[in-house]
Design a protein around this ligand. Sequence first.
Ligand code: SF4
Length: 396
Amino acid sequence: MSGFEPSGRAVDEILADAAAGRRISAGDAHRLLLDGDLLELGSAAQAVRDRHNDPAVATYNIDRNINYTNVCIYKCRFCAFYRPPGDPEGYLVPFEEIGRKIEETLALNGTGILLQGGVHPDLPLSYYLDLLAFIRERYPTIHRHAFSPPEVKFLAKKERMSFHEVIGRLKEAGLMSIPGGGAEILSDEIRREVLAYPKASPEEWIDVMRQAHRHGLRTTATMMFGMGEGLAARVEHLQRVRDLQDETGGFTAFIAWTFQHEHTDLPGLPEVFAHEYLTTLAVARLFLDNVQHLQASWVTQGKKIGQLGLAFGADDLGSIMIEENVVAAAGAHHKMSQEEMEHLIRAAGYEPRQRTNLYERLVTREETAELALRYRHALTPETRALAAGALLPVVS
Ligand code: SF4
């Protein structure tokens, strides 16, 4: 791909176009990343955010990341989470334990789970089908958001099936949407450099999402930046996401976060600080005129910068994070209760609302209260701390 160099247009002109709903080019986005004033970018991004979403409301969800295995055949250099096959620290979470984690999620008013692993070489497609069927049968109301493109790609290769066939089988077994993990930066050179290319090339990542959308499954799009890639690579990433969204309309949201370097094979890279994070968030909002939701990453930025993301184009703060292992392995440890999430959103000037995984509607406390009470026993001392007040059927 080419055409990712900065355009010659004036920043004011580009911002006026984007804020008014006129599409800007990849070159324009690059120009904004280089020369845009942070507060002006934020103001224009808010105009776009308010056109797509209720200006008075900011949303969040309650789901749980369940990393069913940390065993992985790949060795992405930015990853502190994986263990190679045979490593004594490798694990595979038993189904019963996954069930217990789901019960804890329900006890915290949760509505979904995000299942994602390393890419375990020994697990056949039947393992994934059995896992989805187990969850659907035991916990029919929980949303099953699972298996990112690298897992789908590996299964397709292992089972000699197409991406479309694999996703079709997973959907039949209970898959409801696909997370955008494994995208990092969708640009050849940097993916090769950080050893992410083998798990999915940019074209493969996009094609898994395309096939999911053809099956009627919604997915998210993500971007992890700050691995030493240039701005042109970030712009290329945004262009690929926007192009597929033009084609299918299947992305619910775009979620960008910054590389966390601790315990990775890239320890010397300069950290991405708040200014660059918020600039990138705002430019993504301005460029992705066809994606309704933009999530701010409080998990990697911390609660304070995450909250500020709501003033730079984001309309959503993602999950309260009952459990998170992948970025935690690289040094970012953050959790919050539902009450804290709502306080944080309210303090930013918005009405907080819990949403479903698909963003298709708002969730009331009344509707989660019954299961929260039924599974109250599943809480551990750690998750009980997150539950303060969350167990009571509160009138919203
Ligand atoms: S990022 Fe994913 S695919 Fe890469 S090594 Fe880590 S677990 Fe494996």
